[in-house]
Design a protein around this ligand. Structure first.
Ligand code: ADP
Ligand code: ZN
Length: 223
């Protein structure tokens, strides 16, 4: 049983690492971005959610908190979870305190230019949300870090469910820049917030999931 937050800029790989780590540990991967995308269909707030998500702004707390609370109340969340994309602001972190006791915060670090390249190359399964990436990115002081593509077996089709792979509507350069600005202004203050509480661990993104997943698991397991 472990309650963890993944912090990090959009495109740092949080979603991919969180989903793989949860599969291994029987925890649930809770992505507020995904929960909100699903809520567009069956919620009275669908139009509002779409408006904010499509421009890279933050969906109002009232809506996000309701969606998250409902998810945390499902019995499977008792086995442990990773929160991916929440909290994104100090008020959200304060609201979370009254819902659940978080044990660890993993702060994923990655250079900005890598983020933009990576998000532009991201492809998401329309049906199940599984993530792929078509870019081969090298970075680091001497280009020693590499993020090779995460390719499906059949081009354009999801390995898990056969669904079509698409770019999300918020994955163009202008909107990515906006999401990065929102991250810097509203989400980055959480790093200090959780560091001061003594529960934050920094992890540099230096490679593909095969490297990052064990690295992050190691850090989650540390005291
Ligand atoms: P990424 O991991 O690339 O940042 P997400 O799927 O986490 O993408 O988020 C996509 C969009 O969903 C955000 O740009 C924002 O509009 C909305 N969103 C997700 N989580 C939150 C949150 N905690 N608070 C407000 N809006 C959110
Ligand atoms: Zn799929």
């Amino acid at each position: 049983m472990m309650k963890v937050i993944f912090l990090g800029p959009p495109g740092c790989g949080k979603g991919t690492y969180a989903s793989r780590i949860c599969e291994k540990n029987d925890w649930v991967h809770i992505s507020t971005g995904d929960l909100l995308r699903s809520a567009r269909e069956d919620s009275e707030h669908g139009e509002t959610i779409k408006k904010y998500q499509d421009t890279g702004g933050l969906v109002p707390d009232e809506i996000v908190l309701a969606v998250l609370k409902k998810r945390l109340e499902r019995p499977d969340a008792e086995k442990g979870f990773i929160l991916d994309g929440f909290p994104r602001t100090i008020p959200q972190a304060d609201a979370l305190e009254s819902m659940s006791k978080i044990e660890k915060v993993i702060n994923l670090r990655i250079p900005d230019h890598v983020i933009v390249e990576k998000i532009l190359a991201r492809r998401t399964c329309e049906e199940c949300g599984n993530i792929y990436n078509i870019a081969d990115i090298k970075f680091g002081p001497n280009d020693e870090y590499r993020m090779p593509p995460i390719s499906p077996e059949t081009e354009g089709k999801c390995d898990k469910c056969g669904g079509s792979l698409v770019s999300r509507s918020d994955e163009n350069r202008e909107i990515i820049e906006n999401r990065l600005n929102v991250y810097r202004e509203q989400t980055e203050p959480l790093i200090k917030h959780y560091r001061d509480k003594g529960i934050l661990k920094d992890v540099d993104v230096t490679g593909p999931p095969a490297i990052m997943v064990p690295k992050i698991l190691g850090v989650i397991g540390e005291d």
